[in-house]
Design a protein around this ligand. Structure first.
Ligand code: SF4
Length: 271
């Protein structure tokens, strides 16, 4: 994972202020992802972290924090070419918002995807505009659809993030989101259980009883995931079902399950 020091148009006022209500990027940044370090150094530290366990491993540089297309294309080019110049880095995974893709950036990514393995991950989160408004997402489902189609039509592999259990959403709404995504040219999907974290707007809303969230046990959430997977075409890869946040930041849900343990639970529901 690399933090290249980008920010987000939903934080600096160009699209919105304060960001999405659930967001705190410190929840998903390992210690070696320090934007004060160069991209090369961050990748070297990341490689050192994994090298003992997986000495033969090749790497995809994952740019996850904030919106990794929120900069002029010249800066993006410098950042991504620097990452690709690091030994054993064989491709890129670039996460961003659906409304943060200029024509120049899509053109660069098209050229890049012909040279190296590239996935562009879009934070779609929900296909319901009412939910997107509730969480102050500051983009619409129409913008997500358009970004997915645009990238895929250029031959770029598209991944989609969906959050399950967003404020006000029912399981039926989540099934509708997955069904809508299944109709689009998406290759990869990552599901995240809604996590309420300290220091977020959602955390405050939760503590003050201002939002309604579903209270799943891990078993109930696994049952939902097993149903959602069946709504996907068989050639779509579900890369993730659960996210992990530092326990010190996590308010709810506190399942204390590692991803591998959740995978075992999910398998029991899929049979
Ligand atoms: S979740 Fe992404 S789009 Fe929303 S505020 Fe955080 S960085 Fe920006």
């Amino acid at each position: 994972m690399v933090n290249a020091g980008f920010t987000c148009p939903n934080r600096d006022g160009s699209k919105g202020n304060g960001g999405c209500t659930f967001c705190t990027n410190s929840a998903f940044n390992p210690a070696y992802c320090n934007p004060r370090l160069s991209v090369t150094r961050q990748l070297e530290l990341g490689k050192e972290f994994f090298a003992k366990k997986y000495p033969q491993m090749k790497y995809l540089a994952y740019f996850q924090a904030y919106s990794n297309t929120y900069a002029p294309v010249e800066r993006l080019r410098a950042v991504y070419e620097e990452a690709l110049a690091v030994d054993d880095v064989v491709g890129l995974v670039i996460a961003t918002r659906p409304d943060c893709l200029s024509d120049e950036i899509v053109e660069y990514f098209t050229e890049l995807s012909r040279r190296v393995f590239l996935v562009v991950e879009l934070g779609v989160e929900s296909t319901h505009d009412v939910t997107l408004q509730t969480i102050n997402r500051c983009h619409t489902w129409t913008e997500s659809q358009s970004a997915i189609k645009r990238l895929a039509s250029c031959g770029i592999i598209v991944g989609v993030h969906l959050i399950l259990g967003l404020p006000g959403e029912t399981e039926t709404m989540m099934e509708q989101s997955v069904t809508a995504i299944a109709e689009l040219p998406v290759t990869l999907v990552k599901f995240h259980q809604m996590q309420v974290l300290e220091g977020t707007v959602l955390g405050r809303q939760w503590e003050q009883g201002e939002v309604k969230l579903l209270h799943w046990t891990a078993e109930q959430y696994a049952s939902l995931c097993s149903r959602l997977v069946k709504l996907m075409p068989s050639d779509v890869v579900v890369e993730r079902f659960v996210s992990q946040s530092p326990p010190s930041m996590l308010i709810s849900p506190r399942w204390n399950l590692k991803p591998g343990e959740f995978a075992e639970l999910l398998k029991t529901k899929m049979n």
